[in-house]
Design a protein around this ligand. Structure first.
Ligand code: CA
Length: 222
């Protein structure tokens, strides 16, 4: 698969370890130490995944994530020093796809990398999903509304696929968490609400995904 993994980490020991594991799994890696360098690299290479430390000198990881997201839907995994819900929600709100809290095991990070790439680059199917004036092209990872392209994060895209595939059916927050995020996020239903809110805002179609009180969410056919 084309594209490099962009690793943004200022700590030498962590960066070297993560780079070694990524390369062992067959990834091409570009490792930079600052947010400014990361933004510059993104314009130079086709990047298929960004691994982004929150605590960076200068522009911090959350701000880098926000800037990347304003121009690209490349998957982003954040490395956060604190395993606190406030930090994770802040990261979700700026568009990260997943988190690994430090200290982490390299194996855990590699499992997340695999999962994020699998969701972002599904094999085989090239179906186009259509609902109202929203068109989603699965393989191209593109969404447009009335012909205008909309940039979504990997998780937002996965969530929209699931809702559009089963339009008219109610999905509980628990089911959406399980299907889109996997079981590593038990009980964090706020995550689903944040992403649905972002989808509504980005698509500019607040009625496309309806909240069903006490039950969950459903996509509306029209
Ligand atoms: Ca750091």
């Amino acid at each position: 698969m084309a594209g490099t993994v962009l690793l943004v980490e200022d700590e030498q020991s962590i960066g070297a370890l993560v780079q070694a594991y990524l390369e062992r799994d067959g990834h091409q890696v570009v490792w930079v130490r600052t947010g400014e360098a990361a933004m510059a690299e993104l314009t130079r290479h086709p990047v298929r995944l960004v691994i982004l430390d929150v605590g960076l000198p200068g522009v911090d990881g959350l701000e880098v994530c926000r800037q990347v997201r304003s121009r690209s839907s490349v998957p982003i995994i954040m490395l956060t020093a604190r395993d606190e819900e406030a930090d994770r929600v802040a990261g979700l709100e700026v568009g990260a796809d997943d988190y690994v809290a430090k200290p982490f095991s390299p194996r855990e990070l590699m499992a997340r990398v695999k999962a994020v790439l699998r969701r972002a680059e599904p094999p085989g199917r090239d179906d186009v999903l259509q609902l109202q004036d929203v068109t989603l092209r699965r393989r191209a990872h593109e969404v447009d509304v009335a012909g205008e392209p909309v940039e979504l994060t990997g998780k937002e895209f996965d969530l929209l696929v699931l809702l559009m595939e089963n339009a008219g059916a109610v999905h509980s927050r628990g089911l959406l968490l399980d299907r889109v995020w996997g079981m590593e996020y038990p009980g964090e239903t706020r995550t689903v609400d944040v992403h649905v809110g972002q989808l509504r805002r980005k698509l500019g179609r607040p009625d496309l995904i309806r909240t069903v009180r006490g039950a969950g969410y459903k996509a509306m056919r029209g």
